[in-house]
Design a protein around this ligand. Structure first.
Ligand SMILES: Nc1ncnc2c1ncn2[C@@H]1O[C@H](COP(=O)(O)OP(=O)(O)OP(=O)(O)O)[C@@H](O)[C@H]1O
Ligand SMILES: [Mg+2]
Length: 196
């Protein structure tokens, strides 16, 4: 890992970032009954989870920001000499989780996970791990239409079958604050690329 980069507050060339805050999404309807304030525990740092289809630009975004994330592709490369090996998912993710855990034990302040993280189920174990270690969790959601992701695959000569991509797009569930995120940043394509 390189020296710790800043938290992602992106102004991204070619992409439109939007930061969503909990208050924008869930305004309180009824004033809550007064309760004793919970003791505030200072966060030890932040875990940023990327969320997005293959080809949505996750790894490019990290590269552009000079961030070296923990990445499932990097693990596949290290374990199997092949970033595209799609077998042994349990091995990949158990090792990836151990690596994040090691960083949290070592109290690294900024931690990034580059994986598709399509469903709240996929994200849950990351969020739980981060919170168990007293870390804040942020979502970095690449909200890119599946057609654009497939076009990009074609351009880079990486074959991801259309039916696989459509199935993944069907599974993709945008991140929600209820899952435990303190901040969600949405990265979208510029109009120009979206319209071709
Ligand atoms: N903002 C962008 N505009 C145009 N092309 C982009 C943009 N971001 C990424 N790409 C291109 O899209 C392709 C996929 O990008 P990238 O590898 O970052 O996706 P990914 O989300 O990491 O995919 P995977 O989950 O398969 O690793 C690359 O060829 C990259 O150059
Ligand atoms: Mg990638």
């Amino acid at each position: 890992m390189a020296a710790e980069p800043p938290a992602p507050e992106p102004v991204v060339a070619g992409m439109l970032p939007v930061v969503v805050t909990p208050t924008q999404v869930a305004p309180a309807q009824v004033a809550p009954a007064p309760v004793a304030p919970a003791p505030v525990r200072a966060s030890k740092g932040t875990v940023v989870l990327a969320i997005g289809l293959p080809g949505s630009g996750k790894s490019s975004w990290f590269k552009r920001h000079n961030i070296h994330p923990l990445s499932s592709d990097l693990l596949r490369e290290l374990l199997f000499d092949d970033a595209q090996e799609q077998r042994f998912q349990d091995l990949v993710f158990s090792n990836l989780r151990s690596m994040l855990k090691a960083r949290l034990i070592a109290r690294r302040p900024m931690n990034y996970v580059d994986a598709t993280n399509l469903t709240s189920h996929d994200r849950h174990s990351w969020i739980k791990l981060a919170k168990d270690y007293g870390y804040d969790v942020q979502g970095l959601f690449f909200d890119v239409p599946v057609e654009i992701c497939m076009e990009r695959h074609q351009r880079r000569g990486r074959v991801v079958a259309e039916d696989v991509m459509r199935k993944m797009a069907g599974k993709l569930k945008p991140p929600a604050f209820e899952e435990g995120f303190s901040k969600i940043t949405v990265v979208r394509v510029k109009q120009k690329e979206a319209t071709g």
